[in-house]
Design a binder for this molecule. Structure first.
Ligand SMILES: Cc1cc2nc3c(=O)[nH]c(=O)nc-3n(C[C@H](O)[C@H](O)[C@H](O)COP(=O)(O)O)c2cc1C
Length: 191
């Protein structure tokens, strides 16, 4: 698929089939990530790939986070149990979940730019997935920012969970995209 066509036709798709994705395909998607631009060639990306039964580890972490959040909000035990169950299921929404982590830098600017590089890496992955006929959705939410998940993934200071990228074969058709035209966001400075 031509790159401009891929950029325009890619959509975030959360509804995917449960069919497994070949490991080589996942590797190709990971390979595309590491070609993203990164200032000072810090190569700040780290990945965790959860597939098959391996998603159980991710499910347990999400469930534990749901419990921590429920208890901190003084919820009833019955309500917490429901929340835990829903969170656990989220790990199985797609056959593959790739967690993209950005390493902290040597100073604030490097940390910021490492995160930017990882965001570019995630878009490379989304476009590659799309070109390979896969659906992808970049998700975050409290599971990306809570200290419990930071600890689960062994993040060092200033490291960040950039994305939970859910991948699978699409279960829905194409959707139109609504965007304001670039011209409405642009100020030209011309000679
Ligand atoms: C940093 C970031 C976090 C996101 N987190 C979520 C999320 O938690 N849940 C979700 O449904 N979509 C999430 N998305 C995907 C956006 O909802 C999606 O890109 C947006 O709706 C535009 O749709 P499109 O990607 O098809 O153009 C996230 C996107 C980005 C860039």
């Amino acid at each position: 698929m031509e790159v401009r066509e891929a950029i325009k036709s890619r959509r975030s798709i959360g509804r995917v089939r449960s069919d497994p994705v070949p490991k080589e395909t996942v590797e190709e998607i990971l390979e595309s990530a590491i070609h993203a631009p990164n200032h000072k060639v810090t190569e700040p990306w780290r990945f965790h790939v959860f597939t098959g039964k391996g998603r159980g580890e991710f499910a347990r972490a999400r469930a534990e986070l749901a419990r921590i959040l429920g208890e901190s909000e003084n919820e009833e035990e019955e309500y917490i149990a429901g929340r835990v169950s829903r969170e656990r299921k989220k790990a199985f929404r797609a056959p593959v979940v790739i967690v993209v982590i950005s390493e902290g830098g040597r100073d604030g600017v490097e940390t910021l730019e490492n995160y930017a590089a990882c965001a570019a890496a995630v878009q490379n992955m989304q476009l590659t997935a799309h070109a390979l006929g896969l659906a992808a959705i970049w998700r975050t939410g409290s599971a990306a920012y809570h200290p419990y998940m930071r600890e689960f993934f062994g993040l060092k200071e200033n490291g960040r969970i950039v994305a939970y990228l859910y991948l699978g074969y699409p279960d829905v058709g194409e959707r139109p995209r609504k965007r304001q035209p670039a011209s409405s966001k642009t100020i030209w400075h011309e000679g």
